[in-house]
Write a protein that binds this ligand. Sequence first.
Ligand SMILES: [Zn+2]
Length: 262
Amino acid sequence: MSNGLMYISDMGLVDANKKEEGMQDYKAVMEFIGQKEREERLNRICSLIKRPYTIQAQKPHTGFLYISDNMTDIKNIIIPARDLTKPKIVLTAHYDNFPGSLGYNDNASGISALLSIQEIIPDNCEIVFTDYEEKGALGASLYLEKSEEGSILFNINLDIISIGEYIFQEKYSQYKYSIKTPEADKFYSCQNIPCNDSHAFSCASVSSILIISNNHDDEYSLVNNVWHYQHNGVYDNNLDKLSEKSIDKVVSLTLEIIKINS
Ligand SMILES: [Zn+2]
């Protein structure tokens, strides 16, 4: 594997022979960062970053949608854009888990996708691994609060991308910047996927596209899966049920969206 994640497969976590040529070790990454406490996940994600990065940390404050007494600092991991002269394309995936979930599909899948393209994205792309999405998109809200007005062209948000190979997209706040996407036959459109970081971007008037996958092509099944099967053992706690092909498709689509909007 050429993405620098070799040492994980050296540990025997993945049978590389099963992979199609060129496909990354997404499951090895999911196994490495899933099933861990939040702070440990953060450390492990940082250990897989091959570029300079920063941790943006702040206590939650009452301006955010939801806070609880025992909440620790919000901590986003940011791989900054290398070119700050142009508006940024911000790529996000949340790294916190829903309580009780091992967090493989939701959302180590999204993290593994962004880690795989960290070195090949254009210089105006910024990667943000957001915190506390499951508490009301607190990390994304903090990131947006700290961003300069007009500095972001749009957001691509990857969340739950390894259930199956039917790829869906939902677009938000298209009035600000109209995100161009590849031909419709590459993925399906959906609406009203609940509670994800794209809502925070939308609230800040930044156009956003959520990419999500499912094992059926109908929106009803997708929404049903999001509501009922994300946070129990069927998908999120079972790596064997998840599809690396799905993540690979999402990675290709993400790169394509970046390209046609550049
Ligand atoms: Zn999620």
